[in-house]
Write a protein that binds this ligand. Structure first.
Ligand SMILES: Cc1ncc(COP(=O)(O)O)c(C=O)c1O
Length: 401
């Protein structure tokens, strides 16, 4: 039989590999060869689901609660998330507006399916979470990256949104605290951006996946001030604060008028999020489980307070103290001309896996690396020791040459 040519959709060409996952792949290869690697590339908590969540999973399995759930999620889980907004964030969010999804990724996919048409644009900060660009392009839209820096806390501002808005712009996508920078947007700036979007019939998509992981101020939500009919879609997840990355569970909070749209999309694209994960996630909101999560948050704060000064002492420039998530976006331009090559050298020679800026944007990515401190302090100390030793050896060989 003659070999047939597989014809792919052109959009596949626009989906770049997620380099951080590629780094992880190489790190695992090195580990298989027997090398010791400290993982600071991937954005995944080292903590796993607390005991009550595991017990709830076991009970759900035993009772056979694994059938499809409603496309928008279990009513009890939507209620529990709504209660969580009320008790923890003083935000009134009707359970009917909460759509349970397969992770924040599922929520982002539904949101783009609902809002983006061919040729539409969304404004995103540069740097930002790489997959966001591809969620937009999967629906034939375009993610317009707007360069931001320390001056803007690596977040969009109303002035930048106004400047870059065009006839085809449908809204903004803001992650707060940010991945890769760990910096949050100011509440009033975000409100100004939302008001501007509203004035242009656009939508503000606010990804709060790192909600709860803030260290210098109380955790918050844009939903405290946004009304049920405002053009704001909030994305969230059980992956980060709740330490359940592989369980694939998240949610979106959508304006009332969009609930039937998201329901239809979810019915068709996913049927529902994992039933077992949903039953188990009910235990996330029990007071003892929240106490565990809060203790872990304190641990993340300690790690941040250790790693930032330690990196600065090695010659990295960290212009802003990250106030949330578990990332440090470090300027390595005083140490290396190209952060991609530098990240590769750190992995191959020092056994420390970090993510290079290239993943996160186009505005001077060669200056930056992202380090995830979702790993115990003892390992962070070892990483700092190894990076220090690598830099000293490199200086030594450069001096000898
Ligand atoms: C900003 C941001 N949004 C969405 C996601 C996807 O998360 P999930 O595991 O909930 O799909 C991530 C994962 O790292 C992220 O950093």
């Amino acid at each position: 039989m003659p070999a047939s040519r597989l014809v792919l959709a052109a959009r596949t060409e626009k989906i770049a590999p997620f380099q951080t996952m590629e780094v992880m792949k190489r790190a695992i290869e090195l580990e298989v060869e027997g090398r010791s690697i400290i993982h600071m590339s991937i954005g995944e908590p080292d903590f796993t689901a607390p005991p009550a969540v595991l017990a709830a999973l076991a009970s759900a399995m035993e009772k056979g609660r694994a059938q499809y759930t409603p496309a928008v999620g279990l009513a009890r889980l939507r209620q529990a998330i709504s209660d969580h907004y009320r008790t923890k964030f003083a935000a009134a969010v009707e359970p009917e507006r909460i759509i349970v999804t397969a992770g924040a990724s599922g929520a982002l996919l539904l949101t783009m399916a609902a809002l983006i048409e061919t040729g539409n644009e969304l404004l995103l900060p540069d740097p930002s979470y790489p997959c966001n660009r591809h969620f937009v392009s999967a629906f034939e839209g375009f993610a317009r990256l707007v360069a931001v820096g320390p001056l803007e806390r690596f977040q969009l501002t109303e002035a930048l949104v106004r400047e870059h808005w065009s006839d085809v712009t449908r809204g903004v996508l803001i992650t707060t605290p940010s991945n890769p920078t760990g910096t949050s947007i100011g509440e009033s700036e975000l409100e100004r951006i939302i008001a501007f979007c509203q004035s242009r019939n656009g939508t503000a998509i606010v990804d709060e996946i790192y909600q709860g992981l803030t260290y210098d101020h109380a955790p918050t939500t844009v939903l405290r001030n946004a009304g049920a009919n405002d053009p704001v879609v909030v994305i969230n997840s059980f992956s980060k604060y709740f330490n359940m990355t592989g369980w694939r569970l998240g949610w979106a909070v959508v304006p009332k008028s969009l609930v039937p749209v998201f329901e239809r999309l979810s019915q068709n694209l996913f049927i529902c999020a994992s039933a077992l994960a949903q039953h188990a996630a009910l235990a996330c909101f029990e007071p003892e489980t929240i106490a565990i999560y809060e203790a872990r948050r304190d641990e993340f704060r300690k790690r941040r307070d250790y790693i930032v000064p330690a990196l600065r002492a090695l010659g990295f420039s960290i212009p802003l103290m990250p106030d949330g998530a578990y990332y440090v976006y470090a300027d390595c331009s005083a140490l290396a001309a190209d952060s991609f090559a530098f990240a590769r050298d750190l992995l191959e020679n020092a056994g420390v896996a970090v993510a290079a800026g290239r993943d996160f944007g186009r505005a001077e990515p060669e200056r930056w690396i992202r380090l995830s401190y979702a790993t115990p302090i003892s390992k962070l100390e070892e990483a700092i020791r190894r990076i220090g030793q690598y830099l000293a050896e490199r200086r030594g060989s450069e001096a000898a040459a």
